[in-house]
Design a protein. Structure first.
Length: 53
């Protein structure tokens, strides 16, 4: 599971596929979670969750 901002969403998708060899599901985080969650690749607030469920 990777939480990422808009800028890093393509990188997160690529990394997920490379690590798991499966197709990811991209989910937009709720407004509450956006405020408290940081991107895995920078200090921006996370906008998306890349996972397989």
């Amino acid at each position: 599971m990777i939480k990422c901002c808009q800028t890093h969403v393509e990188h997160a998708l690529d990394m997920y596929v490379a690590e798991t060899e499966s197709y990811p599901i991209l989910t937009e985080l709720s407004d509450e979670k956006k405020l408290s969650t940081k991107c895995a690749y920078c200090e921006e607030a996370a906008t998306y969750l890349v996972a397989n469920e």
